[in-house]
Design a protein around this ligand. Structure first.
Ligand code: GRF
Length: 203
């Protein structure tokens, strides 16, 4: 499966995905890394790994639709079959999300549907929950609401700060996202038209 990874920053999830696809058992190949911000660490990680990169700077576009249209052109140029949003901090428009429905995954640093939106780690801390985690889900038009593929739970310690908790969640992300990439990239897990997950081996 030809995979594109979209990033906005450090790219530690990208790094985990690049290591995953290098395994002989992997059914995926990362063919391009696209960033909406120039000069971020994630672009250096991709280049070091010999993966082609593109920058589509959202500040240069007059509308979300034009920005998404340019992203889509790059995806088509590389014959991409699966998109992974790895710390990609842009909301995508309906037409783009619909076109890539069932072929686009996102990672979110909480156990959805709890704590949607930004600073999910801080929301969990402030809610006083003792367990949070990360979620890899198919991207749907409603933000942070698509069908869930993989989750991993993470304990919250009484000594936790937003930083210490975020670091522990990120370690879980680096296991959950590669696992989800293989499940979807191999075709074992698909998104049904009714928005539910279907597992090929248990139909
Ligand atoms: C991660 O915490 C992820 O949960 C969120 O964006 C952050 C960026 O991670 N979506 P990185 O750029 O992959 O290091």
């Amino acid at each position: 499966t030809r995979v594109a990874v979209l990033i906005s920053g450090s790219g530690t999830n990208l790094q985990a995905l690049m290591e995953q696809v290098k395994k002989p058992s992997s059914s995926a190949e990362i063919v391009v890394v696209i960033s909406n911000r120039p000069g971020v660490m994630g672009l250096k990680r991709a280049s070091m790994a010999g993966i082609q990169t593109r920058v589509v700077d959202h500040k240069l576009y007059g509308s979300r639709a034009e920005f998404d249209g340019t992203i889509d052109k790059v995806l088509e140029e590389f014959g991409v079959e699966l998109v992974c949003l790895a710390g990609f901090m842009r909301i995508l428009t309906g037409p783009f999300v619909r076109k890539w429905s069932g072929k686009m995954l996102n990672i979110h640093p909480s156990l959805l549907p709890s704590f949607k939106g930004v600073n999910a780690q801080k929301q969990a801390l402030q809610a006083g929950v003792r367990v949070t985690g990360c979620t890899v889900h198919f991207v749907a038009e409603e933000v942070d609401a698509g069908a869930i593929v993989v989750q991993e739970a993470v304990p919250i310690l009484v000594t936790d700060t937003e930083d210490s908790l975020s670091e522990r969640i990120r370690e879980a992300e680096h296991r959950a996202f590669p696992a989800a990439l293989e499940l979807v990239g191999s075709g074992a897990v698909k998104l049904r038209d009714d928005g539910r997950i279907v597992c090929e081996d248990f139909k």
